[in-house]
Design a protein around this ligand. Structure first.
Ligand SMILES: Cc1ncc(COP(=O)(O)O)c(C=O)c1O
Length: 358
């Protein structure tokens, strides 16, 4: 038997429980845009196959230029990575040089992976019942903080001005904006710290972005860090050369300008999320939390791992249990927002489970 996964989207593990092939599962556990990948990305992928016989440009000049134009920032402030996960490893290295790192919990399990790797001292602060908890933490010594906006798994978002007060208190502030694109152009303007970071030339702030969720390419692996050029040059010198493959780099150059795909995603997400949230709230045993992202965290009076097993075995539907978030345990599950038809399949399956009916 395979180990219970710490991340969503582990279809091999789930297919074994459901006794089916991985492609037969309906996956609500990984928060991936169901409209993608965009056609523009598939076309770029096909075009880039002929370049596989060459090494990628080690400086990713073209990709950094496209990303710089997208954010209206200097490309020297951008470093592409093999998913946000790779860049998190280097951000964690920098955090580990400080006396401690503050982490709001529940926290994405990869934060612990990356911080533990470099023996960072971690100080956790619960935000489950108090979204303002970042105000109350006063660590001793030189401290860093690792934040996630919008936050996985709660779906909470912060306006970027709320981070201003952290600028004087922390030696290093890392903001993981892996799900920021889902908040739309308005959300980006209010919530993302990228524009502030570059206009203020802050040397001690890093923003991490993922391109795998919004563009539905988690298998391709692509993300980027925005930070001071000196820091990014240091990371580039430390890490493996060519950590972004040429397919991912060339797809990234094209799809970031696919405005029609982005608009279609925003047009789909807002009503689909509201509808799913309201329908889940109809179950007496379930309480979904409002979310700014493309997933919902749901409190359940019925054990989440048991629900997960039941949905897998009867319906081949995979939801995300929250056992990898120790503060949540069996009382919560997380579901991605999918298409209206997929969401309805989930709701129909949940309506067959007696323990959810109150
Ligand atoms: C909060 C958060 N940050 C970063 C990542 C990693 O994203 P990527 O696929 O770009 O490595 C994930 C993936 O689940 C995530 O949930």
């Amino acid at each position: 038997m395979l180990n219970r996964p710490a991340h969503g989207g582990n279809r091999v593990w789930a297919a074994q429980l459901a006794q089916c092939a991985p492609h037969e599962l309906l996956d609500f556990s990984a928060s991936i845009n169901p409209l993608g990948p965009p056609q523009s990305a598939i076309a770029a992928l096909q075009d880039s196959i002929s370049d596989l016989c060459h090494y990628p440009d080690p400086d990713y000049t073209a990709l950094r230029q496209v990303l710089g134009a997208h954010h209206q920032i200097d490309p020297d402030w951008i470093l592409p990575g093999n998913g946000a996960a790779e860049l998190l490893t280097w951000a964690a290295w920098d955090l580990a040089q400080l006396d401690c790192t503050v982490l709001l919990t529940p926290a994405f399990s990869d934060y612990f992976r990356a911080l533990r790797l470099w023996n960072a001292q971690v100080l956790t602060a619960s935000m489950l019942y108090d979204s303002q908890s970042l105000r109350y933490v006063h660590p001793d010594g030189q401290a860093g903080i690792l934040l996630n906006n919008p936050h996985n798994p709660t779906g909470q978002s912060w306006c970027c001005v709320e981070f201003y007060e952290l600028l004087d208190r922390y030696e290093l502030i890392v903001i993981d904006e892996a799900f920021m694109e889902f908040t739309g152009s308005e959300g980006e303007r209010h919530n993302s710290f990228i524009a502030e970071l570059c206009s203020g030339s802050y040397e001690h702030v890093i923003v991490l972005r993922s391109l795998t969720k919004f563009y539905s390419l988690p298998g391709l692996r692509l993300g980027y860090a925005v930070g001071h050029p000196d820091r990014l040059r240091r990371w580039q010198a430390m890490r493996d050369p060519w950590s972004v493959n040429s397919l991912a780099a060339q797809v990234g150059e094209v799809m970031i300008n696919d405005h029609a795909f982005a608009q279609a995603t925003w047009d789909w997400l807002t009503p689909a999320r509201t509808q799913l949230e309201q329908s889940l709230a109809q179950f007496p045993a379930l309480t979904p939390r409002p979310s700014a992202a493309n997933f919902l965290l749901v409190k359940t009076q019925s054990s989440a791992p048991l629900l997960q097993a039941e949905l897998l075995q009867h319906d081949r539907i995979l939801i995300r249990d929250c056992l990898s978030f120790p503060e949540l345990g069996e009382d919560y599950f997380r579901v991605a927002v999918r298409t209206a038809a997929d969401n309805q399949r989930l709701l129909d399956a949940l309506s067959q489970i007696p323990s959810l009916q109150g």
